[in-house]
Ligand binder design. Structure first.
Ligand code: ADP
Ligand code: MG
Length: 412
């Protein structure tokens, strides 16, 4: 992935370059909320992205104390949600560096485990959310976590949309800085969303307008072009008077769709009107013998559901990308889990990856299903930046302030 130089005008934050960690107890918030089956980690992508921070701290002889949550135990001990399986996953990722485990994240056992740490050693403490104080951002719990360290590092951008003890409360008690992954996320999002090379295009897909109203509303006021795909495009088409048959739509969001189209026509700050690109044709599935066919949006029959955008729409999108300098993508444009409705999402992914490789385009993508779709096409690595965050990435794109990030920026 390309490293992008920081832009002078963007708010700055302390990084690992600004804080002395040698020989110190360094409490690091990481996001080790990884998928697991029967106590085995099934996808180590998140762990691998944490390596730069981990290896740097070990190399600098810090005493590394890792904090993380896993799942939603809601303040009580849940054996299935122990972080213990992450000990091996972390150790393997670091090429065999031993990792110790603390059976609780606060209290006597945690304190003893921390006290026994030597410079260059790594300790993983048990699931933060086994304690109510974490999600309540309780002052007492924040203080207890802070007591483990001399320095605090936040490397969990994906958890920073929540004001919890380990992301916000703890910053009141210790000198702090962003870890390398947090730094990478922030620099990329700041550069490409707040100070993008234009034309700036956003592609928004997915199933529902209702989950992305704030996103669409913010983007339509910022971007030069907005491509709307996925099932949410059906709601826009219906609002414009097209018949969409059995397609997934949200009847109660027709007005929302129209107001987004209205907002697009107005000049806003750096951009003139926002050009909206909606499907002009679709790939649809029929409940009768016809099976899967393609047609213009004016020929969707009562028995059909639109499950992907069609070829002519793909050409529009491709022309749009060819003349864009930045693209931000969230949400698959079709029902990509089921073939052949994955085709447009994969074609767009390949196109963006190609333009990025030729340095014609900066490309940012994020969102749980979006990143899964890119992994399917093995295309993610060619993007300028793939956010590891789902909810936090969306909230950033919605223009919201993320409390965990805010806490780091305050220092600058
Ligand atoms: P992300 O997790 O990246 O934010 P979303 O959760 O918003 O993305 O959307 C992904 C979902 O949208 C997928 O499950 C996909 O099948 C669905 N989807 C996309 N297009 C359609 C469509 N035309 N009809 C039904 N579902 C669709
Ligand atoms: Mg999703």
């Amino acid at each position: 992935m390309n490293a992008i130089a920081s832009v002078k005008t963007i708010p700055s934050f302390p990084t690992l370059n600004d804080i002395d960690v040698a020989g110190k107890r360094v409490v690091v918030r990481m996001d080790l909320n990884v998928p697991m089956i029967n106590g085995r980690v099934t996808d180590t992508t998140r762990v691998m992205r944490l390596l730069p921070t981990l290896t740097e701290l070990v190399k600098k002889k810090a005493k590394v104390i890792i904090l993380s949550h896993l799942g939603r135990p809601k303040g009580a001990y849940v054996p299935d949600l122990t972080l213990a399986p992450l000990v091996d996953a972390l150790s393997q990722a670091m090429g065999g560096v031993p990792v110790k485990f603390g059976v609780d994240c606060v209290g006597k056992e945690a304190e003893e485990a921390v006290a026994a740490l030597k410079p260059g050693e790594v300790l993983l403490l048990e699931n933060l959310r086994f304690h109510e104080g974490e999600e309540k951002n309780s002052p007492a719990f924040s203080k207890a976590l802070a007591a483990h360290g001399d320095v605090y590092i936040n490397d969990a951008f994906s958890c920073s949309h929540r004001a919890h003890a380990s992301t916000v409360g703890i910053t009141k008690h210790l000198p702090f800085a962003a870890g390398r992954l947090m730094e990478e996320e922030l620099r990329n999002l700041q550069t490409h969303l707040s100070h993008p090379a234009r034309p700036l295009t956003a592609i928004v897909g997915g199933s529902k307008v209702s989950t992305k109203i704030a996103l669409l509303t913010n983007l339509v006021n910022k971007v030069d072009r907005l491509v709307i795909g996925g099932a949410m495009a059906n709601t826009f088409l219906l609002a414009q008077g097209y018949k969409v048959g059995k397609s997934l739509v949200e009847q109660d969001h027709l007005k929302t769709a129209l107001s987004i189209l209205e907002a697009a026509k107005k000049k806003n700050g750096e951009r003139e009107a926002c050009e909206i690109i909606l499907p002009i044709d679709v790939v649809k599935r029929s409940t009768d013998e016809a099976g899967t066919t393609m047609s213009g949006i004016d020929k969707i029959h009562a028995s059909e559901s639109a499950l992907d955008v069609g070829n002519r729409t793909l050409r529009l999108i491709s022309d749009c990308l060819a003349t864009s300098k930045t693209v931000i993508w969230n949400g698959p444009v079709g029902m990509f889990e089921t073939r052949p409705y994955d085709i447009s999402t994969l074609v767009i992914a390949r196109e963006i990856a190609g333009l990025t490789a030729e340095k014609k385009l900066a490309s940012i993508a994020g969102g749980g299903d979006t990143v899964a779709a890119l992994a399917l096409a093995d295309m993610g690595k060619n993007f300028t930046y793939l956010s590891t965050a789902g909810g936090a990435f969306l909230e950033w794109m919605e223009g919201k302030t993320l409390p965990g990030v805010e806490a780091l920026l305050k220092a600058a």
